[in-house]
Design a protein around this ligand. Structure first.
Ligand code: SF4
Ligand code: SF4
Length: 201
């Protein structure tokens, strides 16, 4: 008799317990803050252009060579609205080859790329691998819609530099602003210098 009561108690306890499962795909569990899906590009809302300058640093560092980057002259720089002399022109990432290593995020000098940390970065099933090659608009889409919930370490850096005195936009990159001989270049200056150097034959 005691055994029967114990069994009934266990059964009732299980019956009353809150379900541990969810109704996927209509319900989703919260994605952990530092989860990494695939890389996406970030939008600079202050200037209304991408942070990416097309410097190729991520493309060169990508171990599986799944990125393609081209740059162009930035028309907003010529208008004095942006301090980016160069801006991204075309950007492709083949998610079918990307191994989500985060190296592209680490090497970016402009905090222009972050790992997607939403469900949209995981639900990419398709029957055509070509659909896994994302172009510039698709890579910027999540950030432009402000739907990005990703852990974005670069955001902290950007927030900490907000309010700091900045050089007038028109003077950035002008010859008279070049550092004196022997003065070390900042990372951004080094990168800008690389952009302007002719490709090595
Ligand atoms: S996460 Fe790694 S593999 Fe994927 S694009 Fe970036 S560097 Fe390449
Ligand atoms: S390293 Fe950053 S700025 Fe350079 S091309 Fe890649 S995402 Fe753009």
């Amino acid at each position: 008799m005691i055994g029967v009561l114990k069994s009934l108690t266990a059964t009732m306890g299980t019956f009353m317990r809150k379900p541990v499962t969810i109704q996927y795909p209509t319900e989703h569990r919260k994605v952990p803050e530092r989860e990494r899906a695939f890389p996406i590009l970030l939008w600079d809302f202050n200037i209304d252009e991408p942070f990416c300058t097309g410097c190729h640093a991520c493309e060169r560092a990508c171990p599986v060579e799944c990125m393609t980057v081209t740059m162009r002259d930035n028309p907003l720089f010529a208008e004095g609205k942006s301090k980016r002399r160069k801006i991204i022109d075309e950007f492709y990432i083949d998610y079918g080859r990307c191994m989500r290593c985060n190296i592209c995020v680490e090497v970016c000098n402009f905090d222009a790329i972050a790992m997607n940390n939403t469900w949209s970065g995981h639900e990419l099933s398709t029957v055509d691998r070509k659909e896994l090659i994302l172009d510039l608009d698709q890579l910027l889409d999540l950030s432009k819609r402000k739907d990005l919930q990703a852990w974005d370490p670069a955001a902290e850096t950007r927030a900490s530099t907000e309010g700091r005195p900045q050089p007038p936009i028109a003077q950035v990159g002008a010859t008279e602003d070049a550092p004196a001989a022997g003065e070390p270049l900042t990372v951004a200056e080094r990168s800008a210098e690389e952009q302007d150097s002719p490709p090595t034959p």
